[in-house]
Write a protein that binds this ligand. Structure first.
Ligand code: OAD
Length: 231
């Protein structure tokens, strides 16, 4: 019997665009409206905690009303035929809600908070609000459980290990601008087929031979399934 192939997905904000969540760097993206350092860096947090809490409260509130899209569901379905592992830069829980079982969040999770004195103290947020005065068990203010610019990415080694086991690597909806996430492609074994699903051009430095599917996530995953079935 043929062994089940390992399909590793690297997903970014474009994965959730069809669910109504805004991407970061496109026209109309979040970083056009907000200064990334004000709302997504340790310096921004020190400067104005209320602004940062409000920014993530807004994101969390929108997430409550969002649903996984056909692309998320199709990836979950693929678990019937492949050993699927998802490494996502997204902080939403749409892969989880679509039913995917192996998900690694590189940049944290919107629906969790963490202590400002002990990053290992992580809690689920009930509802959508995290407010000034919400404290961890050690008595310090809780912050969003998000990896901010300038912070280490604790899950990067685990993610690199997952990518190094891929038989097929699929990149969906990321502009490949943010490191170390964008560097994960370099951990794929030589000769691993790489597919890239994005409606816009994405420059992947130093890589040739990538099969580009220039479509949105839902149609793109359908196309991917057709392509790898025919191989
Ligand atoms: P970007 O906003 O940089 O890139 C989004 C990508 O999604 C672009 O390449 C778009 O062309 C593509 N896209 C748009 N609509 C799509 C659709 N319907 N289907 C598929 N793709 C689509 O987002 P990321 O690369 O995820 O970090 O950004 C990486 C990190 O930067 C984020 O995790 C976030 C941000 O700052 C933190 O906040 C820590």
């Amino acid at each position: 019997m043929e062994s089940v192939k390992k399909l590793v997905v690297l997903s970014g904000a474009g994965m959730s665009a069809e669910s109504g969540l805004r991407t970061f760097r496109e026209m109309g993206g979040l970083w056009e409206e907000y200064d990334v350092y004000e709302v997504a860096s340790p310096e921004g947090w020190e400067k104005d905690r209320e602004l940062v809490l409000r920014f993530y409260n807004d994101r969390r509130k929108q997430l409550q009303d969002a649903l996984p899209n056909r692309g998320h569901f199709a990836l979950a379905e693929m678990e019937k035929d492949f050993d699927v592992a998802i490494v996502t830069q997204n902080v939403d829980d749409l892969h989880e809600r679509a039913g995917s079982s192996k998900i690694l969040h590189l940049h944290g999770e919107l629906k969790k908070s963490q202590s400002t004195v002990d990053p290992d103290l992580v809690y689920d947020i009930e509802g959508w609000e995290l407010n000034p005065g919400d404290l961890c068990d050690k008595g310090s203010q809780l912050r969003p459980h998000i990896v901010w610019f300038g912070e280490a990415v604790p899950a990067i080694e685990a993610a690199a290990a997952v990518v190094s086991e891929a038989d097929i690597l699929v990149i969906i909806g990321t502009s490949m601008n943010v490191y170390p996430a964008a560097g994960l492609i370099n951990y794929a074994r030589r000769g691993t087929p790489v597919y890239l699903i994005d409606p816009n051009e994405v420059v992947v430095a130093g890589h040739s031979g990538i099969t580009v599917i220039r479509k949105g996530a839902s149609e793109g995953v359908d196309e991917l399934i057709r392509m790898i079935r025919d191989e």
